[in-house]
Design a protein around this ligand. Structure first.
Ligand SMILES: [Fe+2]
Length: 429
């Protein structure tokens, strides 16, 4: 062990999640739950997902395996500390010994939080990332959790991170711990057949951002070595293992994202994007995201009246993937000088010709991103989400609070840089 925290990191940790992937995989949830020794599980969905045939297949599989189910379908899309608390109270009341979540990132993240607070009850701030919360470590193992994503987005089944709106602070933040990572992910692409185009596009760009940000994050060797192995962060920075997953995720998205958005019946493309989501989840679970996600939490948290098309919501909200991707081209121009080769590679995987000189690769990557956004009817920038110049200071403060994410960027990011980034994210076309 080093005796002073001034040496650079030399060790990387490979966090390999356990995942089952493929059509029909959902039918294995019952035997898997029984195999984990579970007798009564909390099944988390939302009201829309709960009506899908996929969830009925999961219920039948659990029943057939002799596993009792207590169902919670009141998950809020874009959850809050209040909705997390309600979910934990439900799990405590229901006296369950395990968790199954079927839905998008909001559902899986809610199950993670319910599992945490039902297993180790505490004042809510205790485990929340500093500086908004205490950032206290999770005291021990949680109950088993089988996570089954139905959107090809968050990769939450692969990560130890849960994200929510902290209402009192009007900003998104999260809880991060290896112990939050689901015991098993079951990824059945069947669910994506029924998704509307806007949902596929937004969640697909979340995947793309996970892969791109993890790939271009500050390399783990540039972080200071922690004093104890336990103190090594979950988001350790770009490393050879996460790079493998990110490059393949970007390649698959470059080839399939527009097709998957355009045509709900294109099973091959929608399945490919789902696979990219799992790969990107592995990448981001090991490396961590950075500036676009940090900016996104402010963009989503400060929303006034934007209501997305094709989303089944009754409140103003910016879908997560949309809130992330609107800043990604601006950030690509900013981060390119720190790792030109990686930015060139990413641009090429997303359809650029790869001929850009080092001082142009940021523009090339930004253009490749904007081209994909335009082809899939994403907003052209922050202005299209209802933000004006006058909102920039508040957006900067919201993003500046995301120090864990900003610290994972390949260049230093302070208020001045954030101000310039939000300004240049106003409109791309
Ligand atoms: Fe994300």
């Amino acid at each position: 062990m080093p005796d002073a925290p001034h040496e650079h990191e030399t060790v990387l940790e490979v966090e390999a999640p356990r995942v089952k992937f493929g059509r029909g995989a959902i039918a294995e949830v019952g035997p898997e739950a029984a195999g984990l020794g579970l007798r009564r599980v909390a099944l988390f969905t939302d009201r829309h997902v709960g009506r899908l045939p996929l969830v009925e297949r999961a219920r039948a599989s659990l029943r057939a395996a002799g596993v009792d189910v207590a169902e919670f379908d009141a998950v809020r899309i874009e959850p809050t500390d209040t909705s997390f608390r309600e979910a934990a109270a439900f799990a405590l009341d229901a006296r369950v010994d395990g968790y199954v979540s079927i839905g998008g990132g909001s559902v899986i993240d809610t199950a993670k939080a319910a599992n945490l607070y039902a297993t180790y009850p505490a004042p809510f701030e205790r485990y929340v990332n500093a500086p908004l919360g205490d950032g206290a470590p999770v005291p021990g193992p949680l109950a088993p959790h089988i996570a089954c994503p139905t959107t090809s987005g968050t990769g939450s089944e692969c990560t130890g991170i849960t994200i929510f709106d902290f209402e009192a602070h009007d900003v998104k933040t999260g809880i991060a711990s290896r112990r939050l990572r689901p015991t098993l992910g079951i990824v059945d692409p069947d669910a994506t057949r029924t998704l509307p185009a806007t949902v596929v596009a937004s969640s697909g760009f979340d995947v793309l951002a996970h892969a791109l940000e993890s790939f271009t994050a500050k390399p783990y060797t540039q972080r200071l070595r922690p004093l104890t192995p336990q103190a090594r962060p979950l988001s350790q920075g770009a490393n050879p293992y996460s790079d493998l997953a990110c490059v393949e995720a970007l390649r698959v998205l470059g080839e399939h994202l527009v097709r998957a958005v355009d045509d709900a019946s294109d099973d091959e493309a929608r399945e490919a994007v789902m696979w990219a989501a799992t790969l990107a989840g592995i990448g981001f679970g090991n490396a961590g995201v950075h500036v676009p996600h940090g900016m996104a939490y402010a963009v989503a948290g400060l929303v006034r009246d934007f209501v997305p098309r094709e989303y089944d919501v009754d409140h103003a909200m910016v879908p997560h993937g949309m809130s992330v991707i609107v800043s990604a081209p601006a950030v690509a121009k900013f981060t390119a000088s720190a790792a030109p080769e990686k930015h060139r590679r990413a641009a090429t995987l997303l359809g650029a010709d790869g001929s850009a000189h080092d001082d142009e690769v940021g523009d090339a990557l930004a253009a490749a991103l904007a081209r994909l956004m335009r082809a899939t009817a994403m907003p052209s920038g922050l202005r299209a989400l209802g933000y004006a110049d006058a909102d920039v200071p508040a957006l900067v403060e919201g993003a500046f609070a995301q120090q864990r994410l900003l610290g994972n960027a390949p260049r230093a990011v302070g208020r001045e840089e954030l101000t310039a980034l939000f300004r240049s994210a106003a409109a791309y076309w």
